[in-house]
Design a protein around this ligand. Structure first.
Ligand SMILES: [Zn+2]
Length: 382
């Protein structure tokens, strides 16, 4: 006997009440198992076949499917949230509060509410009406390592289909975002007394050459790669942190620079990394200085879906809005890499994400449910 699905506010309240913080700080990091489990239970009640996949470290992905076929629709999102600052919240971040036409709670916008919206859209769906499958994908650790998204290659159910990732876009379809890289460059020289330059090899002076080469490379990248859909319509390279030396009267023996690079679609993370390392090595050639590189995280590829794909056109039609570019990164490039045409489209607002008193505007719920029902109609019942 199937348990009837709770009403929307209760679905959302239960998801918000299950903490699933991910953080690079091991003291704050939590498992997302309870959220995955709760979603699995509800989807099973709706007739879905459910797979819960362990990723290690008690982190979990969920893939659930109703119906069969090679096409259909993937509805995807991450189950984790960022940490919260208790002192800045007006109410308990884990108890859904309804006031002023808003649902308040940690993860309301980013992005647990999307799962409640999915369930609401599926509530009255009859499996026998499906000609193609509806697939629900829930991932772990989007806010940190993207370990959930990086595992998607192992799930054939999410390959070569159409997908919506319900990150907060305030009901506007997004078909493009930049990638993200953060790299450390360490120039290693030799310290010595400042009165005689021959006593050492100055890493700060080497770093000045490195920075010059990086800024030159930035100019070239920006001249060669333009994408007018972005507010900042070219790749960016930011010199964000530098530390070197200790005393004015000592030759600087080590200098470390951290840069942030945001590639536009078409620029691959690995190729950029190799190019950067080559340019840095060239800048230091003949100096006698050493250099080491470290990627501060694995990097997230840029993402773009062709505007002519069925999912972009359907989302634009249902939302009555042209597809845009977002200024934030998502799991979309990992689905795209598997041949799945992906649109990012959700009910929350990115300005609410990662904020105290995060909320979801109640008025966004019904239109988002309608959009998902329209997409299910188009991709799974045609
Ligand atoms: Zn998110």
């Amino acid at each position: 006997m199937k348990t009837p699905l709770p009403p929307f506010p209760q679905l959302l309240a239960e998801l918000i009440a299950l903490p699933s913080v991910s953080s690079a700080d091991a003291g704050l990091d939590m498992s997302n198992r309870h959220v995955i489990h709760r979603l699995a239970g509800w989807l099973e009640d709706l007739g879905f076949g459910v797979e819960e996949h362990a990723l290690g470290g008690d982190k979990w992905n969920l893939v659930a499917v109703l119906g069969t076929g090679a096409g259909g629709l993937v509805l995807a999102g991450h189950t984790d949230t960022v940490p919260w600052d208790d002192a800045l919240w007006t109410s308990d971040p884990f108890r859904l509060a309804e006031r002023d036409g808003r649902f308040y709670g940690l993860g309301t916008s980013d992005m647990k509410s999307f799962f409640a919206v999915i369930l609401e859209a599926l509530r009255d769906l009859r499996a026998q009406d499906l000609t193609q499958p509806v697939i629900v994908l829930a991932t772990a650790d989007e806010e940190t390592s993207m370990s959930g998204a990086r595992a998607l290659a192992r799930y054939p159910l999410v390959h070569d289909r159409a997908a919506v990732i319900g990150e907060p876009t305030a009901l506007r379809p997004v078909r493009m975002h930049k990638g993200m890289m953060m790299e450390a460059i360490r120039v290693i020289g030799r310290s010595g007394h400042s009165s005689d330059p021959a006593l050492g090899n100055n890493a700060l002076e080497g770093m000045q050459r490195v920075m010059g080469a990086l800024l030159e490379w930035r100019d070239e990248l920006q001249a060669a790669h333009r994408e007018p859909l972005f507010r900042v319509p070219h790749p960016t390279l930011n010199l964000g942190h530098i530390h070197g030396g200790d005393n004015p009267n000592r030759i600087c023996g080590r200098c470390e620079l951290h840069i942030d690079l945001r590639p536009t679609p078409g620029l691959a993370v690995d190729a950029l990394r190799r190019e950067m390392q080559q340019r840095v090595a060239d800048a230091l050639a003949g100096s006698g200085l050493g250099v080491t590189f470290e990627s501060l995280f694995e990097g997230i590829p840029a993402f773009a879906t062709d505007p002519a794909t069925a999912i972009v056109r359907a989302a634009e039609g249902l939302c009555q809005a042209p597809a845009e570019a977002a200024a934030f990164a998502t799991e979309a490039p990992y689905l795209s890499a598997l041949g799945t045409h992906t649109v990012v489209l959700g009910p929350g607002d990115i300005r609410q994400a990662h904020q105290p008193d995060e909320y979801l505007a109640m008025e966004n719920v019904a239109p988002m449910v309608d959009v998902l029902r329209g997409l299910i109609q188009r991709f799974c019942m045609a």
